[in-house]
Design a binder for this molecule. Structure first.
Ligand SMILES: C[C@H](O)[C@H](O)[C@H]1CNC2=NC(N)=NC(=O)C2=N1
Length: 103
């Protein structure tokens, strides 16, 4: 996947397919509640595996069973296809633990 910054049109098109994610400047963000703390940690472990495989790493905030993921490509100074790809993987990990979006 390319580490080139996406254009505004490409970002908008990508986010149209990621309804749980919101744009915050050069970052995309999703907050979700897992059913309980262990389920939330299982999501984080699954995401960590995907991130290592992609060599692309999210910022993760864990508060009991509430998880907030923030994605950006720091080396590119903005959003790239890697962020959209990792967002889709995070959606899969959250769905596997029946976690639902907050906000
Ligand atoms: C050397 C390695 O490819 C880089 O440090 C990677 C690792 N993971 C990364 N993750 C994110 N989110 N942005 C980066 O620029 C980045 N760079």
């Amino acid at each position: 996947m390319s580490r080139e910054r996406l254009t505004e049109d490409e970002i908008a098109a990508g986010l149209a397919g990621l309804p749980h994610w919101t744009r915050e400047g050069d970052t995309i963000v999703r907050t979700a509640d897992a059913p309980d703390f262990p389920a939330g940690i299982r999501v984080v472990v699954a995401v960590a595996g995907a991130a290592e495989a992609m060599d692309h790493h999210p910022d993760i905030d864990i508060r009991w069973r509430t998880l907030r993921f923030a994605l950006s490509t720091h080396s590119a100074g903005g959003l790239t296809a890697l962020d959209l790809g990792l967002a889709a993987r995070i959606d899969e990990a959250l769905a596997a633990e029946s976690a639902g979006s907050v906000g």
